[in-house]
Structure formats: structure tokens, C-alpha cells
Design a protein around this ligand. Structure first.
Ligand SMILES: [Zn+2]
Length: 140
């Protein structure tokens, strides 16, 4: 078949790649299921970019498996509070951080990262918290 031509295989269901292209155009709000959401992200981990079913970026012996990553662990795990994350990223970050829709950490959601921090970081956090009652949080 020459490039640029299409063949009608069935009238019952659209070609999966057409659905995925449509979902990618629609973005997160167009997703009705986790499978749709994975298509929006091109079946890649939002955090590290490893693609589902392919060798993982950090460990080529492992196949990437996408899981429902909790964007904000303090809120219910709904589709709007979900990003696809690989088994490695989901395991490493657990429920200790808040993520944006691009899979980047934007806040802590647990005391564990603070508890595990070095003494100088803990001191900076103490100073910040002591001063935050009197000053604007974004003043620095
Ligand atoms: Zn990942």
C-alpha cells in the first residue's frame, strides 16, 4: 500500500492509533480512563519518560510498567489526580511528594523527606517555618 493511504478494516471500532492521537490532542481533560490518560502521555512515565513495555531507562533489564501515580497523595486517587508513573518512579517517590501534571515534584506531602534531610537543610526549614508566620511565604 502506498504511503498516505488508509484501508478500512472495520466499521465497528476506530483504529487505536487514531484514538490515541485524538486523546493526545484533547489532553488530560479528554481522558475517561487510566488507559486514556496513558495515551495522553504517549504511554510514557510522566516523571522519567520510560515507555510502557519498553526497557526501563534506569534498568534495561526491566520492562516499564505504568502505574497510577498519585499527584497529590493528600487528595483521593481520582483520574484528575493521577499521572502515569513507571514502577520505579512510583516506588521511589511513594506518597511523600506532590507532583504537577508534567510529573515534576512541586511540594512535599509527608514529613519523611524533612526527617531524612541533612542537618543544614533541617535548620533552613526550621528558620523558614519560624519566619513564615510573620512574613509572606514568597517574600524570599
Ligand atoms: Zn518513571
Amino acid at each position: 500500500m502506498p504511503p498516505g493511504y488508509h484501508v478500512l478494516l472495520t466499521t465497528d471500532s476506530p483504529k487505536p492509533s487514531f484514538i490515541y492521537k485524538s486523546l493526545k490532542r484533547a489532553g488530560r481533560m479528554g481522558a475517561k480512563s487510566f488507559q486514556d490518560l496513558k495515551a495522553v502521555y504517549d504511554f510514557r512515565c510522566a516523571t522519567c519518560g520510560s515507555q510502557e513495555g519498553k526497557p526501563h531507562f534506569l534498568d534495561a533489564d526491566k520492562r516499564t510498567q505504568l502505574q497510577q501515580g498519585h499527584m497529590n497523595p493528600l487528595k483521593p486517587l481520582t483520574l484528575t489526580n493521577t499521572i502515569p508513573q513507571c514502577q520505579v518512579c512510583n516506588q521511589v517517590y511513594q506518597d511523600q511528594y506532590v507532583f504537577n501534571e508534567k510529573g515534576r515534584v512541586v511540594a512535599v506531602a509527608s514529613v519523611e523527606p524533612v526527617r531524612n534531610a541533612d542537618a543544614p537543610i533541617k535548620q533552613r526549614i526550621r528558620e523558614y517555618l519560624a519566619g513564615s508566620a510573620e512574613t509572606d511565604d514568597h517574600a524570599q
